[in-house]
Design a protein around this ligand. Structure first.
Ligand code: KIV
Length: 274
């Protein structure tokens, strides 16, 4: 069998493909999606990984944190995305309160995500504290992506969204947690809002792919929240966010034109009626 010319030619991205990408030095591009229509557009672009993030709690439901979203709601978003995607690896977040305290509950939650949403993998926030849950999920054959640094599900413990792991002590705990997750068998780790230097250190210390969001460029890939990078949500402006579009402006423009057309009887015209 001849190998694909570039990873863009692979017909289905798997955890093994991501590992190969790290080895070959090809960066991994990951974005969030929460519904069928956006997921379909993303998958047609050649995006490597689609994350059904619990940021759906903010972006789709308007909550001020990721904590309120439920497992049933994540399954709804996950299954909508999975129905649209042929190529990208689809990772679904386990929501707050479904895996932290009890590894049996964690496994049940992960099984529901795999069975009912049809995900390729699950993502959990945390290091040593959740290792038992990670082990149990992995032992059932479910691929796990870790998430360290700024972990939004613990916002009430930290009280702020400032950059994490700026002290020596916090940085070495993060590195230790990353090693623990790799040893347990996680296939990749997301690092959120940490110093770029630390992002580089973790990336060269670990064999599995490291995907950053505000973790600098020395990582193996990048992830952003789709609605933030498209400029649909405008309230959230951390330094790491690059806005690739101002879609809210375009949508407002189109809707205003529609309103004018309706009010001035320009819409519908002769060709737009039966
Ligand atoms: O929920 C989410 O969107 C995430 C990303 C920020 C990595 O976890």
């Amino acid at each position: 069998m001849t190998p694909p010319k570039s990873f863009r030619d692979v017909t289905k991205v798997t955890t093994h493909v991501l590992q190969e990408m790290k080895i070959k030095g090809e960066k991994i591009a990951m974005l969030t999606a929460y519904d069928y229509s956006f997921a379909r557009i993303l998958d047609s672009t050649g995006i490597d990984v689609i994350l059904v993030g619990d940021s759906a709690s903010n972006v789709m439901a308007g909550h001020t944190s990721t904590l309120p979203i439920t497992l049933n709601e994540m399954i709804y978003h996950g299954s909508s995305v999975v129905r649209a995607v042929k190529r990208a690896l689809v990772v679904v977040d386990l929501p707050f309160g479904t895996y932290q305290g009890n590894s049996k509950e964690a496994l049940n939650s992960a099984i529901r995500i795999m069975k009912e949403a049809g995900a390729d993998a699950v993502k959990l926030e945390g290091g040593r504290e959740i290792l038992e849950s990670v082990d149990r999920i992995l032992s059932a054959g479910i691929p796990v992506m870790g998430h360290l640094g700024l972990t939004p599900q613990s916002i009430h413990k930290f009280g702020t969204y400032v950059v994490r792991a700026t002290s020596e002590e916090e940085a070495s705990k993060l590195l230790e947690d990353a090693h623990l997750l790799e040893k347990a068998g996680c296939f990749a780790i997301v690092l959120e809002k940490i110093p770029a230097r630390l992002g580089g250190i973790v990336t060269s210390a670990l064999k599995i792919p490291i995907i950053g969001i505000g973790a600098g460029k020395e990582v193996d890939g990048q992830v952003l929240v789709l609605h933030d990078m498209l400029g649909i949500t405008l309230e959230f402006s951390p330094r790491f966010l690059r806005r690739y579009h101002n879609l809210s402006e375009e949508i407002r423009g189109a809707v205003n034109t529609y309103i004018d057309d309706v009010k001035t009887l320009d819409f519908p015209n002769e060709k737009e009626q039966y």
